[in-house]
Design a protein. Structure first.
Length: 397
């Protein structure tokens, strides 16, 4: 508990340091050009940083940082070491006036601490792919070098356009640039939605699970448990691919049909049924302190064994929850069935019962789940302001 409190204090300290460390990136220009006073600039930045949290629900940078290290190697010690490293580097670069990214620092701090922890536990032969998300690390490192070069290229282009005397050539270059930007943005938009779909239906996770199960079976061909895990992974992957193949063509035609049509089609065809039950299962077990148990399991053998049982048994919540969503059983029967599978702590009953009751009351379940599905599928949807209007209007009905 003491270490947890220390980590929370350090996290708040990092946020504070992050603020004045990155001030140059956000407010220095408007202050140096006398557009705003220092007080106005800080107030302006604070308001919009706070507002951004509520406007953009897909906190992409935070999600990237949180998924840098694989769950197995996330411990309180790793988080503590990562925060201390990030704070130290931020202060050092701030003192010497070296521009650097706090996000990159945090990713590097967590990755380094996790690698050290993994080597200590598993030995130096362990592959770093099993410790960290290598693609995330590579992209992060790559863009440290690419970002200033891209910024330089864009600024050179804008300067050339600005000082160019031939007005028709200037218009032609602006028109070509606009067309290329629109084309690239359209491709980015489509790939982002496709990526969101794969993550939402867990296609990427099931592909990874299948590959791991396949490798495990190759190492132990006669292991019955490995065979069962491969068979289970294959079934999940096959089901996810089936859902993906039906929704993906509609994603490509999003500009013409819109989110409402995609959501209605996916729901009416039963493509979201398993996802709904899975998400409801996660809500129930998380309300029963599942995530707390998971966090404690990394350093405590007893808690680790308890968590492994909980992880396996709570998957069985799906059956009674599926029946509950179909209104085949009552709320009390659902709670009884859940308790038989894996008992709920009495203190958490007050959290879970209202969740289930609210979900089924007034026939809101379908609408809420459909909205949740499409919100997560399209991320923050900053690409589509019209979708934000659709989503908020649907939520109010």
């Amino acid at each position: 508990m003491t270490m947890l409190i220390v980590i929370i204090v350090l996290a708040l300290l990092f946020d504070y340091i992050n603020g004045f460390h990155d001030a140059a990136n956000s407010i220095a220009t408007v202050v140096s050009t006398k557009v705003l006073t220092p007080f106005q600039a800080v107030l302006w930045a604070a308001i919009f940083n706070f507002a951004a949290y509520w406007i953009f629900e897909d906190h992409a940078v935070a999600n990237t940082i949180s998924k840098t290290v694989n769950k197995e190697f996330i411990t309180l010690q790793v988080i503590l070491a990562g925060l201390i490293a990030a704070i130290f580097w931020n202060l050092l670069t701030w003192w010497y006036g070296i521009p650097s990214s706090s996000s990159h620092t945090l990713i590097g701090g967590f990755a380094g601490a996790a690698i050290a922890h993994a080597i200590q536990d598993k030995g130096i032969s362990i592959s770093w792919d099993k410790i960290v998300e290598s693609q995330t690390i590579i992209k992060t490192v790559l863009f440290i070098f690419l970002a200033p070069l891209i910024g330089m290229a864009i600024s050179i282009f804008i300067t050339i356009i600005t000082i160019m005397r031939n007005i028709w050539l200037r218009i032609l270059l602006i028109a070509l640039t606009t067309a290329c930007t629109a084309f690239l943005f359209d491709r980015f938009e489509e790939s982002k939605m496709d990526e969101g779909l794969q993550k939402f239906i867990k296609l990427d996770k099931y592909q990874s699970d299948f590959a791991k199960a396949e490798n495990a079976l190759q190492l132990a061909p006669n292991d019955e448990k490995a065979k069962q895990e491969l068979n289970s992974a294959e079934k999940k992957l096959s089901k996810a691919k089936e859902v993906y193949n039906q929704i993906a063509p509609q994603i490509k035609d999003y500009d013409n049909i819109g989110a409402d049509v995609i959501a209605a089609s996916a729901y009416s065809n039963g493509l979201l049924a398993d996802i709904e039950v899975s998400k409801l299962k996660d809500e129930v077990r998380n309300a029963n302190s599942y995530l707390v148990l998971e966090a404690l399991s990394t350093d405590n053998k007893e808690k680790h064994d308890e968590f492994e049982i909980a992880k396996k048994e709570t998957e069985k919540y799906k059956e009674p929850l599926k029946a509950f969503l179909k209104k085949e059983i009552s709320l009390d029967s659902t709670m009884t069935a859940i308790n038989v599978i894996y008992p709920i702590d009495p203190k958490n009953l007050d959290k879970i019962k209202p969740k289930l009751k609210n979900l089924i009351s007034n026939n809101h379940s379908k609408r809420i789940l459909k909205n949740l599905t499409m919100a997560e599928l399209f991320g923050a949807s900053f690409l589509h302001p019209c979708y934000l209007y659709w989503y908020t209007s649907m939520s109010k009905k």
